[in-house]
Write a protein that binds this ligand. Structure first.
Ligand code: MG
Length: 391
């Protein structure tokens, strides 16, 4: 069997390192051909020595020569998106594990080159849905979601041959995050460490904070709409604290398919790498004899307003999701830097979103420049709110 050639964008982060864990467990199956980092060059050098890619990309220009001298024989470049966007580069699947809006070029160039995209960077799809959509019809292009909920939906959808007419509802599950059950009064003084202590999932800091505000779930609602073409009124969210049911699809005959596994990101990563096959390594198995209960409840949207805010931006469509997601990135960074309180995160995004307007651009005419402009305006709007909050 020929190895599947894998490029990992964002190899030093949580998803990137877990992708390399999967590759390490399935060495015969995968060959790492390219890695990229923003600035974590020490880890990149270590990874490159272990996995021997042909190319590594480093954003930070100052550190690039350091990497080149540490890795003789490896091509060191400034942009992985140029590499994967070149159809002559031999690569079967690109894992986009870049954090935030910065992941957009990888998404666009991978799909444009007709490759399979294992997508962990939800922001690119959320912000640039109208621009990414046409690229998905490139022959060979395919998105396999790494986000656990969407990976679950992707698996459930394989039980129908007519997804366009037989799906009646997508139900995304949410763990509820570290503050489930708390009141706004309780939440006025929570710390960064409190927000980063996720009860079930081990993830990077940005997404863990998003999970504490339910903004992550809101972004995932938009992501589900983009990925699967299901209307917002047919996408529901249910709180499921055990994080065993990763999401569900309800069909027109009233049957529901759910995907269950332990909460370990290496499962959706392995699924996306191997699709349409499956890897041989189980990253944990459910112990049914000791799994005594699975709970489900309605989300508390009054306390965790990130969810309804994202539904609103999703329904507005156009550049509103890009604008909101950018404002949220700024607010989360400010919280992580200790500049604002947890309760100010979503409040900042909410006020910033009032400044959004489409500037007369129709969805069908949207280009990547409109998305980049909306992203910039979202950041500026959030900065203006923060200047008032922190004054
Ligand atoms: Mg998720």
């Amino acid at each position: 069997m020929n190895s599947t050639r894998v490029a990992v964008a964002g190899s030093s982060g949580s998803i990137g390192t877990q992708t390399l864990d999967v590759v390490r467990a399935e060495r015969d199956r995968y060959d790492v051909v390219a890695l990229s980092v923003s600035s974590s060059v020490e880890l990149l050098i270590e990874q490159a020595r272990e996995f021997r890619p042909q190319v590594v990309a480093v954003d930070d220009p100052v550190r690039r020569s350091e990497v080149a001298s540490a890795l003789p024989g490896v091509q060191v470049v400034d942009s992985l998106s140029d590499v994967v966007g070149d159809p002559s580069f031999a690569c079967d699947v690109v894992v986009n594990a870049v954090v935030g809006f910065a992941g957009l070029p990888i998404t666009m160039r991978t799909l444009g080159a007709g490759r399979r995209l294992a997508l962990a960077n939800k922001e690119s799809l959320i912000a640039a849905g109208p621009v990414v959509r046409p690229l998905r019809v490139t022959p060979g292009a395919e998105i396999v979601p790494v986000d656990s909920e969407h990976c679950a939906v992707h698996q459930c959808l394989r039980s129908t041959v007519r997804p366009g007419v037989e799906v009646s509802r997508i139900v995304l599950t949410a763990s509820g995050g570290p503050f489930r059950g708390r009141t706004l009064d309780d939440l006025a003084h929570v710390t960064v460490d409190d927000a980063l202590a996720h009860p079930t999932w081990s993830m990077g800091p940005k997404i863990t904070v998003d999970s504490s505000t339910l903004m992550n779930k809101g972004l995932e609602v938009i992501e589900a709409h983009e990925l699967f073409g299901v209307d917002y009124e047919n996408i529901d969210v249910v709180v499921h604290p055990q994080s065993i049911v990763h999401s569900m699809v309800e069909f027109t005959d009233g049957c529901t398919m759910a995907q269950l596994s332990l909460p370990d990101m290496r499962l959706p990563i392995g699924y996306a790498l191997a699709h349409p096959e499956r890897i041989a390594t189980p990253f944990g198995r459910i112990d049914w004899a000791h799994l005594s209960r699975l709970d489900f409840a309605e989300p508390d949207t009054a306390t965790f307003r990130g969810l309804s805010l994202a539904y609103a931006a999703g329904r507005l469509g156009g550049t509103a999701p890009a604008f909101m997601s950018a404002a949220n990135e700024v607010a989360v960074e400010a919280f992580l830097a200790g500049r604002i309180r947890w309760i100010d995160i979503v409040a900042t995004v909410e006020v910033a979103l009032d400044d959004h307007d489409e500037r007369g651009v129709k969805v069908d005419d949207m280009t990547v420049d409109h998305v980049i402009d909306a992203d910039r305006r979202g950041r500026e709007a959030a900065d203006r709110v923060l200047a008032r909050v922190t004054a």
